[in-house]
Design a protein around this ligand. Structure first.
Ligand code: BV8
Length: 246
């Protein structure tokens, strides 16, 4: 695949999914051996599942928090951070991932569509989400200190977006504003995503409606492959450095 035809007028919107972190050793969701294997998604990635058994959900996310200790960004994360350094405000990275590896690789213009694994928030009050790398695997689920001070019991939750929940306020608006401002100079690159989860999976269509061109890099053809102008099958860590080369 030729490098992306990026000019000094191009605006590049990138969407990443779990596949971009696979070469860092983080399991994806829907591949063999993935995070959903042997699990009922409704039990660990919905509000109802959390309400039914908060500790079971905390065990799922605590396991993922602890696994981050041995994980580092890979060549795909670094290639995207290098491109952002070249393009500046003509670059925006929307990620479905909650692992923080894009930021660890130096990316700053990142929109976390599904939240962040290393933050918690109260399930009841409106205190701001806060950094939290703790694992909660036994005993009782963690409680909100502010609610407790007000005499109420409220359980903390991971600051992530579950199925049936709205994306973080302003996240999609920032992505859409970037696309509209770019107009026909908009280029869209999706990397490492199965294209199954909305609204991220439909960004490719929104870009096409704006007259932008679309590229996909994925290990295998995802559900929405036919909606891309260009598709490169392969590992993100192997393909992105060439694809995004100056
Ligand atoms: C929303 C939690 C509005 C965080 C996740 C009924 C009621 C309510 C909503 C819905 C409904 N029906 C549909 C919906 C919408 C729903 C949805 O899309 N459902 C689908 C499944 C049908 N979406 C939502 O609910 C979203 N909110 O719509 O709000 C609303 C609200 C109420 C009512 C109506 C509308 C919220 C979506 C967020 C869900 N949260 N997880 C976490 O634990 O991480 S989803 C989960 O899937 C992760 O967040 C993940 O990011 C996301 C997408 O998965 P991928 O990243 O694509 O990973 P996957 O494993 O699937 O694929 C990896 C790919 O990489 C593969 O293709 C593989 O080939 C490739 N690959 C592997 N290795 C490599 C590679 N590629 C390149 N290189 C490699 N080395």
């Amino acid at each position: 695949m030729q490098p992306l035809p990026i000019t000094d007028r191009s605006h590049l919107l990138v969407l990443t999914g779990a596949g971009v972190s696979a070469e860092s050793g983080i399991p994806t969701f829907r591949d063999a051996g993935g995070l959903w294997e042997g699990r009922d998604v409704r039990e660990v990635a919905t509000w109802d599942g959390f309400a039914a058994d908060p500790l079971r959900v905390w065990r799922f996310y605590s396991e993922r928090r602890q696994a981050m200790a041995d994980v580092a960004p890979n060549a795909a994360h670094r290639a995207l951070a290098a491109l952002e350094a070249r393009l500046g405000d003509r670059f925006l990275l929307a990620t479905q991932n909650i692992d923080g590896l894009h930021q660890a690789a130096g990316s700053q213009r990142v929109v976390e569509l599904h939240g962040n694994l290393m933050r918690s928030r109260c399930s009841a009050c409106d205190r701001a989400p806060f950094d939290d790398r703790q694992a909660y695997r036994a005993g009782v689920a963690p409680l909100c200190g502010r609610c407790r001070a007000a005499g109420k019991d409220a359980v903390l939750r991971p600051d992530v977006v579950w199925f049936g929940e709205l994306l973080p306020p302003g996240a999609l608006a920032r992505v859409e504003a970037f696309g509209r401002a770019a107009g026909r100079e908009l280029m869209f690159l999706a990397v490492g995503t199965s294209g199954l989860v909305e609204p991220a999976a439909s960004l490719v269509d929104a870009v096409a409606r704006l007259g932008g061109r679309t590229w996909l890099v994925n290990a295998e053809p995802p559900a929405n492959a036919a909606r891309f102008d260009h598709v490169a099958l392969g590992a993100a860590g192997a393909l992105l450095p060439t694809l995004l080369a100056a």
